[in-house]
Structures are given as structure tokens and as C-alpha cells.
Design a protein around this ligand. Structure first.
Ligand SMILES: NC(=O)c1ccc[n+]([C@@H]2O[C@H](COP(=O)([O-])OP(=O)(O)OC[C@H]3O[C@@H](n4cnc5c(N)ncnc54)[C@H](OP(=O)(O)O)[C@@H]3O)[C@@H](O)[C@H]2O)c1
Length: 308
């Protein structure tokens, strides 16, 4: 397993993080535990949850696993998130929410506490002071943001720096089919500030696996955006992912897509509906695309996405 430092914090995280958004909803307790067991066995130590996922059910399932698995507490770098919802906008509510998350997780401290999204009516500095208070109260080892733009990231970083706390990470949607973090300059801003980009929806909610095709569009809400026309448009990219994967001992399109993010310096968080998917996603680590392959994927993804 490859590990990297999260920002300039003292957290060492696996190059791939396990997303748990579906735990307690589409993933049963047994399924969630099996995925977490497998993650630890494979050296994946970075686990991401949030109070919003299943209204606390994801945190509870992760907490149960940690309580039942003595090795887990020593190994796991656990990240969760505060949602700044309109009815709880004071900094004190962040600390209260963090204590509730800790109760569900059965921990006295998390490793990374993130603000789930910016809520612009409240100044970024106000939230960053609350996050710094959480570090001072020893309720979290490091802090991060999520869905922050380049300018919001710069402000968050500066506000925390005034309190002597580094901004460890910014978790944003980033994949071969969502390159906005590159186009907006966010990836560069984070690199310059020493902030790790954590990439969510890194296989574009399943679209980069190659299993969805113009004749097999995804079920549920996803089919609105990822319709037949969209799937026709992205097929050239899927073909290139397959071709490149074959030259790396038959890596799958998902594995190549995740490895592309690792090559960009990001830590991807794939989610999985079952153990087979989790196993496949963990196989994105331990090998590297060449610079030429990264450039070819850059160019192909740009071409298919500009083909509106
Ligand atoms: N900070 C934020 O605002 C935010 C927002 C969203 C997500 N996240 C985080 O990011 C994580 C992942 O995001 P995501 O679930 O939106 O997107 P994703 O990881 O790109 O896609 C996950 C979905 O793709 C399919 N899949 C995954 N691995 C597969 C494989 N190897 N083979 C075939 N299909 C596979 C599964 O759905 P099907 O089998 O149904 O196709 C799975 O639910 C979440 O768990 C959460 O931790 C954060």
C-alpha cells in the first residue's frame, strides 16, 4: 500500500480512501463490516464518513466496526463532516455536532473533521475559528473543508493559519468526467498551499467503470444526467481506459480512473455497493500509469467532455 501525508498534518493516509456514504442505506451492516475488514486487510487506513450519511447511520456502523475490531482504532484514519444547515449556523453548533458524531463513532477524537460545504451567509472565518476550537479541544487531530472554491480555500487556509492550524484537505468532486477542480485552478491552489485534494465521486458514480453503456443506462436518479446521449459521448474514453488497463496486467476502467487521480496528487474516495466493487477499487493502488498515459487520458477526457 502507498501512503501519503494529508496536507502538512501528521496524518499518514492510504493513497485510496474508502467512502461510506451508502452505509446504513444501500449497504447492510454485514456488508459494511465486510468492506471495512477488507480495507484494513489491504492496508487501506483512510475511511470517510459524515453525520449526514443515512442521518448518522454511516457513522454508527463505522463506530460499531471500530468497537468490535481492536486493530482498527490503531490503524484507521477516520474522517467525518459537519453540515452547516440553515438552522444551526453558530460556531457552537459545530462543536455540539462533533460531540454527537463522536458519540455515534464511540471515539473521543476523530482524525479529520471537515466542513461539508460552504454556507456563504456565514463568514468562512467564523467556521474556521470553530474548526480551530475543535483542534484546541482535542476533539480532532486535523481539519479540512469540502466543496470549497479556490478563493474560499485561500480564505479558509489563511483563517486557520492565524490560529496556528493547518488546513489539511479540500474534498471536491473530481474525476476524468469532472475536471472543474483543474479548470478552476483549485488543484494548483491546493498544491501551492500544501492542502491535499480528496476526490469524491472519483469513478463518476459508476460511469467510469464501463458497465453502463448506451443500452444499459444506470438505474434511479442517475439516469437523468447519465442518459443514453451522455453514455454514447463517453464511450471513446471508456475504450481508452480499457486499452491502457490491458497494458497494466488487465486493470479495469475503474482502477485506471482511480490511478489517474492518484497520479494527479489527489486521494480518491470510491464508494462501493458490494465487496467485489470495493476489492476492485482497492486494486487501483500499487502500480502507476506512465506520464504518456496520463496525458492521453487528459486529452481524451477533455475531447469527449467538450463534445456537448
Ligand atoms: N463531500 C461531499 O460533498 C461528497 C459528495 C458525494 C460523495 N462523497 C464521498 O465520496 C464517496 C464516493 O462517492 P460516490 O459514491 O458519489 O461516487 P463513486 O465512488 O464515483 O461511485 C460509486 C458507485 O459506483 C458503482 N461502483 C463503485 N465501484 C465499482 C466497481 N468497481 N465496479 C462497478 N461499479 C462500481 C457503485 O454503484 P452501482 O453499483 O449502483 O453502479 C457505487 O455506489 C462517498 O462514499 C462519500 O464518502 C462526498
Amino acid at each position: 500500500m502507498e501512503y501519503r501525508r494529508l496536507g502538512i498534518s501528521d496524518l499518514s493516509v492510504s493513497a485510496v480512501c474508502l467512502g461510506t456514504m451508502t452505509y446504513g442505506q444501500q449497504n447492510s451492516e454485514a456488508e459494511a463490516h465486510a468492506q471495512l475488514d477488507l480495507a484494513l486487510a489491504r492496508g487501506i487506513n483512510f475511511i470517510d464518513t459524515a453525520e449526514m450519511y443515512g442521518r448518522g447511520r454511516s457513522e454508527r456502523l463505522v463506530g460499531q466496526f471500530m468497537a468490535e475490531t481492536p486493530a482498527a482504532r490503531a490503524q484507521v484514519v477516520l474522517a467525518t463532516k459537519f453540515a452547516p444547515l440553515p438552522w444551526r449556523l453558530s460556531p457552537g453548533r459545530l462543536l455540539h455536532a462533533l460531540r454527537e458524531s463522536l458519540n455515534r463513532l464511540g471515539l473521543s477524537r476523530v482524525d479529520l473533521y471537515q466542513i461539508h460545504f460552504p454556507y456563504t451567509p456565514v463568514a468562512i472565518e467564523t467556521w474556521m475559528n470553530a474548526l480551530a476550537d475543535a483542534v484546541e479541544a482535542d476533539l480532532t487531530r486535523a481539519v479540512g473543508v469540502s466543496n470549497f472554491s479556490p478563493s474560499q480555500t485561500i480564505r479558509a487556509h489563511a483563517a486557520l493559519a492565524r490560529r496556528g492550524v493547518p488546513l489539511a484537505s479540500n474534498q471536491v468532486e473530481y474525476s476524468l468526467l469532472e475536471r472543474e477542480p483543474e479548470a478552476s485552478g483549485l488543484v494548483k491552489v491546493c498544491a501551492d498551499l500544501g492542502v491535499t485534494v480528496i476526490a469524491y465521486s472519483p469513478i463518476a458514480k459508476g460511469m467510469l467503470t464501463g458497465k453502463y453503456t448506451p443500452d444499459n443506462i444506470p438505474p434511479g436518479m442517475r439516469r437523468r444526467m447519465y442518459n443514453r446521449d451522455y453514455l454514447i459521448k463517453i464511450q471513446p474514453l471508456i475504450d481508452v481506459l480499457r486499452e491502457i488497463g490491458q497494458t497494466h496486467s488487465d486493470k479495469s476502467p475503474s482502477q485506471v480512473s482511480l490511478n489517474w487521480l492518484i497520479c494527479k496528487g489527489a486521494v480518491p474516495i470510491p464508494g462501493a455497493k458490494n465487496l467485489r466493487q470495493a476489492q476492485e477499487n482497492f486494486g487501483a493502488v500499487g502500480w502507476r500509469l506512465t506520464d504518456d498515459e496520463v496525458a492521453r487520458l487528459d486529452e481524451t477526457s477533455k475531447r469527449v467532455m467538450s463534445n456537448e
